[in-house]
Design a protein around this ligand. Structure first.
Ligand code: SF4
Length: 458
C-alpha cells in the first residue's frame, strides 16, 4: 500500500483563539495545495485537507503532514504541527510567514521550507521516503514557470464549496515593491510567466468554465497579458483576476480581457488620499483623481469592480474614512476593507518593528480586522471604532442590496454574469444572510491562500 502525504490548509483562530469551522465556503481559491499535490512523486498518495471545512484526523497514518499558512493562520498551523508530532507524524511547515520567521517555526516542525516550495519539494519527499528528513529546506532560486505540472484539480474537494471555481496561475513576481505587501519579498521583483499554451492546458484541465487567476496583477506585462487574453477567447470561460486600474485606460487590452471572459476584477485602490499612499510606499495606482473614471469605465464594459482598501495609516483621519465610504457607495464597488497590518517579511514590518509600534505577536489577530500597529494620531479604541463603523455601513443590508442591484443590472444588460442566474440568486441570499450577522465575512483578504473571496459572484 502506498504511503500518504497530507497537505493541509489550517483554519483561523477567532479573537479568543478558538478554531473557526464552517460547513461550506464560498469558493476554493487555494492554488498551493493542488500544485504541491501535483509535484508529489507518484509512489505517494496525497490528501488535500481544508481544516476549516472538514477538520483534521491527527491519528491517520500520514508519512508527512505538510502545512502551509500565512500570518493569521500560522498559530493554528503550529498547534496542528504539535499535535501531529506528539503522535509521531513528521511535519513540514511552509508559506509566507514561516519563510519570513523560520526560527519561530522550527520548534514546531521536523522541516521548515523557506521560499517557494517547488525547487525543494522533491528533495523533501525523497527524505521522507528514506526517513532522513532535514530541519531546513531552503529554496535558493525562484521557480521556472515553464513545465510545472498541472495542479491536481481532482483533489480539490469542490463539494465543500458553494461555487465551483478553479484557481489558475499565469504569472508570479511583482516589480512594484509596495512596502506593506509580501509579494515582492516572497516571489521576487522579476516578473515570471508561464507559456500561454501551458496556461490554456491548465484551464482545460479544470474542466470548468469558471476560473480565478491567482496572479497578483494579471496585466503586469502588457504584451504577455494581451497574448494570453487573445488566446483565451476561444475557450468560452468566465474569469476573475486582480489587476491595476490602468486596465481601464488601455482599449486593446480591455477589449481582449472582456472577450476572454473577464467578469470580475479586484483592483488595489488602498486609499483615496495621496499622502496616505505615499506613507504606504504605494508605487502603483497613485493617481487618485482618475480612480472614479477608471472604475466607471470598467463597469461600463460589464466588469464588476471590487477594490481593496486599507485604513489605519498615520495620515488617516475620520474624514478619510468618510471619503472611502462615499466613494465605495457612489461607485457601487465591492470593497475589501482592512486595517493596515504589518506582516513579517515586508518592509512595513521592518519599519514598524524598528519604531516599536508592533503591539503584540498574537498572529491569529493579524486578520486586518483589528489594530495591531500602534496608531500615532488616535487611540487604538478610536481607530477600531472608526473601522468597525465603516464596515457596518458598507456591509449593511441596504448597501449590499444597492451594490447587488447595480451589478445585476449591469450584468443583465451586458449578458455578462460570471455564473448562470441561479448561482447569482444563491449568492445574493448568502450575501444578505451574512450581512445581517457578520459583515466582516464579506471582507476579503489579499493574499494567496486566503479562504474568502468576492462573494457577490462566487
Ligand atoms: S500590492 Fe500589488 S502592486 Fe504592490 S507589490 Fe504587492 S502585488 Fe505588487
Amino acid at each position: 500500500m502506498k504511503k500518504k502525504i497530507a497537505i493541509i490548509l489550517p483554519t483561523q483562530y477567532d479573537a479568543r483563539r478558538r478554531p473557526v469551522y464552517a460547513r461550506r465556503a464560498s469558493a476554493n481559491y487555494n492554488y498551493t495545495l493542488p500544485l504541491l499535490a501535483a509535484l508529489t512523486p507518484k509512489d505517494f498518495d496525497v490528501e488535500i485537507i481544508y481544516e476549516r471545512l472538514e477538520g483534521v484526523n491527527f491519528d491517520a497514518p500520514y508519512a508527512l503532514a505538510a502545512i502551509t499558512s500565512i500570518t493569521n493562520t500560522v498559530s493554528r498551523a503550529y498547534d496542528l504541527a504539535d499535535e501531529f508530532r506528539k503522535r509521531g507524524t513528521p511535519v513540514a511547515l511552509g508559506g509566507y510567514h514561516v519563510s519570513a520567521l523560520p526560527e519561530e517555526a522550527a520548534p514546531h516542525a521536523d522541516a521548515v521550507v523557506i521560499g517557494e516550495a517547488e525547487p525543494v519539494w522533491e528533495a523533501l519527499i525523497d527524505d521522507v521516503r528514506h526517513g532522513t528528513i532535514q530541519p531546513v529546506y531552503r529554496s535558493d532560486r525562484f521557480t521556472r514557470m515553464e513545465q510545472l505540472p498541472v495542479p491536481r484539480y481532482d483533489l480539490m474537494k469542490q463539494h465543500l464549496f458553494y461555487s465551483e471555481v478553479y484557481p489558475v496561475e499565469a504569472t508570479r513576481g511583482c516589480p512594484c515593491r509596495c512596502e506593506y505587501c509580501s509579494v515582492t519579498g516572497f516571489y521576487g521583483a522579476k516578473f515570471r510567466h508561464r507559456p500561454v499554451e501551458e496556461v490554456l492546458e491548465h484551464i482545460d484541465a479544470t474542466g470548468s468554465r469558471f476560473i480565478s487567476f491567482v496572479d497578483d496583477n494579471i496585466i503586469s506585462d502588457r504584451r504577455y497579458a494581451l497574448e494570453l487574453f487573445r488566446a483565451m477567447k476561444s475557450r468560452n470561460i468566465r474569469f476573475v483576476a486582480q489587476s491595476t486600474l490602468d486596465l481601464a485606460d488601455d482599449d486593446d487590452l480591455l477589449t481582449a480581457a472582456c472577450d476572454a471572459g473577464l467578469r470580475f476584477v479586484w483592483c488595489g485602490v488602498e486609499s483615496l488620499s495621496r499622502p496616505v499612499l505615499e506613507e504606504a510606499g504605494r508605487r502603483v495606482n497613485r493617481d487618485v483623481e482618475t480612480f472614479e473614471r477608471r472604475v466607471r469605465r470598467l463597469r461600463s464594459r460589464g466588469i464588476v469592480v471590487a477594490s481593496f482598501f486599507m485604513v489605519g495609516f498615520d495620515n488617516d483621519t475620520a474624514e478619510t474614512y468618510a471619503e472611502i465610504e462615499d466613494f465605495v457607495m457612489r461607485n457601487r464597488i465591492v470593497p475589501g476593507m482592512n486595517l493596515i497590518t504589518p506582516f513579517p517579511g515586508t518592509e512595513f514590518w521592518n519599519k514598524a518593528e524598528a519604531a516599536g509600534r508592533i503591539m503584540h505577536r498574537d498572529w491569529w489577530r493579524y486578520t486586518g480586522y483589528e489594530t495591531v500597529y500602534k496608531p500615532l494620531n488616535m487611540t487604538v479604541e478610536e481607530q477600531n471604532t472608526l473601522y468597525r463603523t465603516l464596515l457596518c455601513r458598507l456591509f449593511s443590508p441596504r448597501a449590499n442590496v444597492r451594490r447587488f442591484a447595480a451589478a445585476a443590472v449591469g450584468g443583465i444588460a451586458e449578458g455578462k454574469f460570471l455564473h448562470p442566474p441561479g448561482r447569482v440568486r444563491l449568492q445574493y441570499e448568502r450575501l444578505a444572510h451574512r450581512a445581517r450577522g457578520r459583515p466582516r465575512f464579506l471582507v476579503t483578504g489579499r493574499r494567496r491562500g486566503d479562504a474568502f473571496g468576492p462573494s457577490l459572484y462566487f
